[in-house]
Write a protein that binds this ligand. Structure first.
Ligand code: NDP
Ligand code: X2W
Length: 354
């Protein structure tokens, strides 16, 4: 038997929805081994007490999150915690030499004033320097930066779906920035495993509603990336909806084209070329538009591109699994890049269907 070269990995927030996706992915990844599980309310329990169906493959206790202890037992740490906690833990882990992937919003914003304005989680942040070192975890845009990062602030779920739809348009300067409208729907798992009234079956089933209109926290995150690509300030109109299903995000993006003469064939050529080196983004053929079911359980994003010649608008429909490409599997994709591994390693591409 050769030496086992698996990298020891910790998951803080293992009991949550992000945590359990990471467990599934990391157990099947050939180059890592889960060595630490951290939490809060579930400390003292075994992971298999929380998820008995996994008792045959996971036997680890949930421990309190002591950064020194975590760093002694893990070289890579995934933080899958409510917003505001990673900013307190990540600097200590980085100082001990760990690579850190944060699934919350704490390290997504270059400008902490923007973070503070939208995420009022308590005391002011004291980790400005660390924050400056963080790279936004959207591999299709920042692959090179992720490759050399020690800290990645993984992209949010709605931003991932929406930005992948928008990137080629912004990069090529094809749209009037002031006309971007994003209409998105998410399954209830987007709200996490903690009980919330609006996520009860009786509230969410047989019903569809918008929330966070003109005020959702993903608006500045989407705008930050759009502005970075466009080289000028971009504002978007973003409206999320809660839809009665468990997994999935469908984001439909509208914008006025600068050149109304562009056809659907032109745009499909542009999209296919833009994503030619991105295995996880599938640009669908002409007149085919994605369903969330196609992406379920995978790291894939499916894009359908349309042009309304009557209004001069381009319409792009984007489908992802919010817990996968929108969260845990995208974090693992980032880790693969950080470690110089094959970007597809350990990432599922076949959905459960139907
Ligand atoms: N759900 C989604 O679709 C997406 C979520 N995200 C983000 O990922 C992060 C995790 O989300 P999700 O998994 O859905 O959330 P959950 O509510 O399902 O899980 C939260 C986890 O955080 C742990 N936790 C809470 N407080 C503490 C604490 N003080 N110290 C240590 N651990 C703590 C909980 O552990 P315990 O049970 O032990 O208390 C639990 O494991 C959030 O920031 C979320 O915004 C990002 C993209 C998509
Ligand atoms: C349905 C639902 O409640 N969705 C969550 C999605 C946010 C999320 O999960 O957090 P990230 O910022 O880390 O992506 C919401 O709208 O707040």
């Amino acid at each position: 038997m050769g030496e086992d070269k698996r990298i020891p990995v910790g998951i803080i927030g293992a009991s949550g929805y992000g945590g359990i996706q990471l467990v599934r992915l990391l157990l099947e990844h050939p180059l890592v081994e889960i060595t630490y599980m951290g939490g809060s309310g579930s400390v003292g329990q075994n992971f298999s007490d929380l998820y008995p169906h996994l008792a045959h493959c996971v036997n680890l206790p949930i421990e309190s999150c002591e950064p020194e202890e975590v760093a002694a037992r893990a070289k890579v740490v995934f933080l899958s915690l409510p917003n505001g906690l990673a900013a307190k833990i990540a600097p200590k882990l980085l100082a001990k030499g760990c690579k850190v992937l944060d699934l919350s919003a704490d390290y997504r914003f270059k400008d902490l004033q923007v973070y503070d304005a939208w995420y009022k989680e308590g005391e002011p942040r004291t980790d400005r320097e660390v924050n400056q070192s963080a790279v936004y975890g959207l591999p299709e845009l920042y692959r090179d930066r992720i490759a050399t990062a020690n800290l990645v602030g993984c992209a949010g779920c709605y931003p991932t779906a929406s930005l992948l739809a928008l990137l080629p348009l912004l990069k090529q300067g094809l749209i009037d920035h002031s006309t971007i409208i994003i209409d998105a729907k998410s399954g209830t798992s987007g709200g996490g495993r903690q009980p919330k009234t609006n996520l009860l079956l009786a509230e969410a089933s047989n019903s569809l509603g918008a929330y966070g209109i003109a005020s959702h926290r993903h608006t500045p995150e989407i705008e930050q990336v759009c502005s970075d690509i466009a080289g000028q300030e971009v504002m978007v109109q973003f409206t999320p909806h809660l839809i009665p299903m468990v997994r999935g995000i469908l984001s439909t993006v509208y914008a006025k084209m600068r050149d109304p003469g562009l056809t659907k064939d032109d745009l499909l050529t542009i999209y296919k070329s833009f994503y030619r080196n991105s295995q996880w983004v599938k640009v669908l053929p002409k007149n085919v538009y994605p369903q969330t079911k196609w992406a379920c359980g995978t790291n894939l994003c499916y894009l359908g591109v349309e042009v309304d010649q009557r209004t001069g608008r381009v319409i792009v429909v984007s489908a992802i699994d919010n817990l996968m490409k929108g969260q845990a599997s995208q974090a693992l994709q980032c880790l693969n890049i950080m470690m110089g591994w094959e970007e597809t390693l350990g990432l599922p591409q076949l959905t459960f269907y139907p």
